[in-house]
Design a binder for this molecule. Structure first.
Ligand code: GRG
Length: 333
């Protein structure tokens, strides 16, 4: 109930042009909406989530102030690049193209109505000779973008040629080359292992049906399990502070590689519970900090993977970070 209250209040604040929350998240509004919508989708029924946020055509008082979420997402399409931007008028980027598609598939939007060919061209134009992906025309390379590309193409596969437009073998080879001797994966070849990047690499390999290229899955599982610290929380790399968001980045991978029992689930659930705001709802990065929607989403998703939410709630898919029923409806598993 309290998290629902938090999400409703946040949605209203984002509508206010003078709110602090609105100003600091302006550039990544698309992902903010994906986190909000998905978190809400795990707490209430699809129709209630759509009604609360005004996803299709909101309650009258909401539509008067702003377009429905679906219309807003479509307004963020950047014809020039072929991808979606983080806000209206922003350049297309893989990060926001994925968030846009995630919102649209939860909302059951007809993907045939999109400019699918141009989105697919946008993704394939960003693949480099070594199989890696840049996030946009400015060329930053990161395994986050390998994940985004494969997830986008997979979500679009019912209305496109799937992975035909890229060199999938090279994409897999590049991701495999980012695995380190400690078992983890980094943001690029030779970069330090980081739990967020491990999610991107293992998630992408799972989408590519290539989990078999992971060398020493037990070592990877050990590195991930070592991230649990005394408080019960998980950190993203050795000697760093625990943060609720790693509940998602790490649990998703442990779930994908079938080693969810390698950490203490009760201790982690206790850490997430302590990071809740007892008055206003929402979840922070760690106990006694201010809640925000990023940590609220990943905290709720972590609890879902831990099986700590009531049985009647929708569960989250560890690969696509979408409600499982949405992934199944899209024909993906
Ligand atoms: C669909 C869920 C989903 C994701 C899309 C964008 C993306 C793909 C994945 C991001 C993965 C990632 C790199 C997550 C880590 C985010 C984070 C908390 C980074 C903080 O890094 P540092 O170095 O923090 O500031 P530490 O914890 O190492 O001190």
């Amino acid at each position: 109930e309290r998290h629902l209250h938090y999400i409703k209040c946040l949605a209203n604040k984002l509508d206010s042009p003078s709110s602090y929350e609105g100003a600091v998240t302006e550039h990544l509004r698309m992902s903010g909406i994906y986190w909000t919508y998905t978190a809400l989708s795990l707490l209430v029924s699809p129709s209630e989530a759509d009604k609360i946020l005004g996803v299709k055509s909101g309650p009258e008082e909401v539509t008067k102030q702003r377009p429905s979420i679906v219309d807003w997402v479509l307004l963020c399409y950047d014809k020039e690049s072929g991808g979606f931007g983080g806000n209206i008028g922003h350049d297309g980027h893989l990060l926001y193209t994925l968030s846009a598609l995630q919102i649209l598939v939860i909302a059951e939007y007809d993907l045939n109505k999109l400019n699918v060919e141009n989105i697919v061209d946008f993704v394939s134009s960003l693949q480099q000779d070594d199989g890696s992906f840049a996030g946009d025309e400015f060329g930053e390379i990161d395994t986050r973008f390998s994940y985004c590309s494969l997830s986008i193409l997979s979500l679009l596969s019912s209305v496109s040629g799937g992975f035909e437009c890229i060199d999938l073998g090279k994409a897999v080879e590049y991701i495999a080359s980012c695995q380190n001797l400690d078992g983890g994966f980094g943001s690029m070849k030779g970069a330090e292992s980081h739990a967020g990047q491990v999610f991107c690499c293992v998630g992408a390999l799972s989408i590519a049906k290539s989990l078999d290229v992971i060398r020493h899955p037990d070592l990877l599982g050990w590195w991930l399990a070592e991230r649990q610290v005394d408080s019960g929380g998980l950190n993203g790399r050795p000697e760093k502070q625990a943060d609720v968001c790693y509940s998602w980045w790490i649990l998703s991978v442990l779930s994908i590689i079938g080693r969810l029992d390698w950490i203490s689930k009760d201790k982690l659930a206790g850490f997430i519970a302590k990071a809740q705001d007892p008055d206003d709802g929402g979840i922070a990065d760690r106990p006694d900090d201010m809640p925000d929607i990023f940590h609220t989403f990943f905290g709720i998703s972590g609890l879902s993977l831990l099986g700590k939410l009531p049985k009647s709630y929708r569960t989250i898919d560890p690969v696509y970070a979408l409600p499982l029923d949405v992934v199944l409806r899209c024909g993906l598993s």
